[in-house]
Design a protein around this ligand. Structure first.
Ligand code: GAP
Length: 428
């Protein structure tokens, strides 16, 4: 049996990964705050993704568009008209539910439901003062900012088809029923790609990105055996999609969508071109052909990646006759890459030497932690619980021969290592 969600939520709070949003005010449903370890984990995920899909490829570039866009963009994209979930309200207790998750009577009080109505999930906001104010929206997907910048990117850096534009950033959805920790929240982060190509090439691009999604799954340390592809039925696809695969993951609360891959055709560019009156076609300079590219969209949720990684990494075992909990993060995503300890806190020569090693390592690898609190066993347990792959202890032998002990998180085994080899060992 897999890990229970409560254990992950509790470790995440205790060790500074994820806290309930606005907790001193009793929290705020659907909002979460990332703590010191959580922000490092999240940044590592985003950096890994950006490096793999933008920096290491010749056919990709990035943008960072404004979260609040001209509301006309969301009318054209179909979100104002159709980005909604079916809502049921209980006539007795007035609680609201997503209609697709329920049948029959209210699960809270047994009351009967009102008619199903469509509830638009976009958050509205007011831009400007007084009578001049315009109603706009917090973006429900980062994709919108990519489509409206298609022409800017083409005009400024002249990419040749096929090429993709990536964006990482916040998205907002006024979910009727936020639940399952950060799985379904009202504010979350997405890492999205719009990959533009000629329409006859869409199936090839779709297959290529299907493989790329799995490459990211492997590189981040998500266990592939817990990921399952689901071909989404036409009636369940988003309004813009002609084909969608959901990459589902076995979360502690069941098999649910982790990432998505969609073929959006030319829906978005054509819709924005006709609503704005701006030509969003592409000119192939060699053939002189002008056409609207089609697009494949791999979409990754950062918070769901965090939750999938916590689920895969959470491990309980018995080490040296003692029960322990540790996070089996790989080196790419681990928030702290190594911790440095002086064997004894009250021996200035050891502390000074450990400080030297720490400072030297931190110049090469910023995510190094200093810890001299409590006995060595306690320090190991603390680092195990936050997923630090290696612990380095400076002891009396270090002063004699320049070696330190390096302890492996998963096996608990210790080896002596030359200080000069540490950076390559930690990066390894
Ligand atoms: N641009 C396409 C799009 O937004 P989506 O399936 O609605 O498609 C893409 O969302 C990804 O964003 C999901 O696979 C998931 O990882 C993440 N996501 C969507 N809604 C979310 C929510 N309420 N909380 C956390 N992550 C969410």
């Amino acid at each position: 049996m897999g890990v229970e969600l409560e254990k992950i939520v509790s470790l995440a709070k205790r060790r500074g990964f994820i806290y309930p949003g606005s907790e001193v005010y009793g929290g705020f449903s659907g909002f979460w705050d990332y703590g010191p370890l959580g922000v490092e984990l999240k940044n590592n995920i985003k950096q890994l993704w950006w490096r793999m899909f933008v920096q290491e490829r010749d056919d990709m570039c990035g943008v960072d568009a404004a979260i609040i866009m001209n509301p006309k963009a969301w009318e054209a994209s179909g979100h104002v008209g159709g980005f909604s979930d079916p809502l049921l309200a209980c006539k007795k207790c007035k609680r609201r539910f997503r209609a697709d998750q329920l049948t029959g009577i209210c699960p809270e009080c047994g009351g009967s439901f009102s008619e199903v109505r469509q509830f638009n999930m976009m958050f509205t906001t007011s831009v400007g003062a007084g009578e001049e104010a315009t109603t706009s929206y917090l973006r429900p997907e980062t994709a919108g900012g990519i489509f409206v910048n298609f022409k800017n990117v083409v005009d400024s850096i002249h990419p040749k088809l096929p090429f993709g534009i990536a964006q990482v950033g916040k998205a907002f959805r006024n979910e009727i029923a936020p639940r399952d920790f950060v799985f379904r929240s009202r504010e979350f982060e997405q890492m999205e790609i719009e990959y533009f190509m000629r329409s006859p090439d869409w199936e090839g691009s779709f297959e290529e990105w299907r493989g790329e999604v799995f490459r990211f799954i492997d590189a981040s340390g998500i266990d592939r055996s817990l990921v399952h592809e689901l071909e989404v039925a036409p009636e369940d696809r988003a309004h813009y999609s002609q084909r969608t695969i959901d990459f589902e993951f076995d979360f502690p609360f069941g098999r649910k969508e982790l990432f998505g891959l969609a073929y959006r055709g030319d829906f978005d560019l054509s819709a924005h071109a006709s609503a704005s009156g701006v030509d969003l076609s592409y000119l192939d300079e060699q053939s002189g052909e002008r056409f609207v590219p089609h697009v494949i969209e791999p979409s990754f949720g950062v918070d769901r990646t965090v939750l999938a990684l916590l689920t895969c990494a959470y491990t309980e075992d018995d080490l040296g006759g003692e029960k322990r909990t540790y996070l089996k993060f790989n080196k790419a995503v681990a928030p702290i890459k190594a911790a440095v300890f002086p064997l004894l806190k009250n021996k200035p020569v050891l502390v000074a030497k450990a400080r030297d090693v720490y400072t030297m390592l931190k110049k090469g690898i910023p995510q190094i932690m200093w810890d001299d609190n409590g006995n060595i066993g306690k320090r190991y347990r603390r680092q195990d619980e936050i997923g630090t792959p290696a612990c380095i202890t400076i002891d009396f032998q270090t002063l004699e021969d320049g070696t330190v002990t390096m302890r492996d998180r998963d096996t608990g085994e210790q080896v002596r290592e030359q200080i000069g080899n540490l950076i390559s060992q930690i990066k390894g």
